[in-house]
Design a protein around this ligand. Structure first.
Ligand code: FES
Length: 199
């Protein structure tokens, strides 16, 4: 997992900024990509990314890069999975019915938005204007969050909130849930991100 980073929720995706800043990042990314090795270029262009998830413990999250985007992989605890029942009523699209072809593959159109309940795989880019939300995985009252916070993600740019399945809270600027990329399990400990069918 060479480019991967495991943390407990404090990592942010460097290089994706709010508003006009995001445009600058995209523009400068092009020459950078051309200096990659052939395999790195293929990866940047969209090749699937294989990830060893065996070291991600319950409650931890890793970030990997796929198509130049941060993809979060989080192993939810049983309590965190149970919290999704509580946030059902708070989120705008609990069953991921909006833009399903774009945002939620069929196998993730469920309460936990994932193939296996414990593992969240989601693109860490806010569906409002493209900032990277911060992980706020601890439940309970804290600054900028509701008192009954169950754990999830806060977009610092305009305050959108997402639960631990990447479902956007109601009445927030972000219109949609976070994107779930195509992915599949190669084994219990290995994921392939960017592809969900065997060739
Ligand atoms: S970019 Fe505006 S709330 Fe996330």
């Amino acid at each position: 997992m060479s480019n991967d980073a495991i943390d407990s929720g404090r990592r942010t995706w460097i290089g994706i900024a709010c508003g006009a800043g995001a445009l600058g990042t995209v523009a400068t990314a092009v020459p950078f990509v051309s200096s990659f090795s052939p395999s790195e270029r293929a990866k940047a262009a969209g090749a699937p990314v294989e990830v060893d998830i065996s070291a991600i413990r319950a409650g931890e999250m890793a970030t990997v890069e796929w198509r130049g985007k941060p993809v979060w992989i989080m192993r939810r605890t049983p309590e965190q999975i149970a919290s999704l029942k509580k946030t059902d009523a708070l989120v705008a699209d609990p069953d991921s019915k909006r833009k399903p072809d774009e945002l939620t593959p069929e196998y993730a159109r469920n309460e936990h938005r994932s193939r296996k309940p414990e593992l969240l795989v989601a693109v860490g880019i806010c569906t409002h204007l493209g900032c990277s939300p911060s992980a706020k995985l601890e439940a309970g009252p804290q600054p900028s969050l509701p008192d009954d916070w169950q754990g999830g993600f806060l977009c610092p740019c305009h305050g959108s909130l997402f639960d631990l399945a990447g479902r956007v809270y109601k009445n927030k600027p972000a219109p949609d849930n976070l994107e779930v990329p195509p992915y599949m399990y190669l084994s219990d400990g290995r994921l392939l991100i960017g592809e969900d069918k065997k060739a």
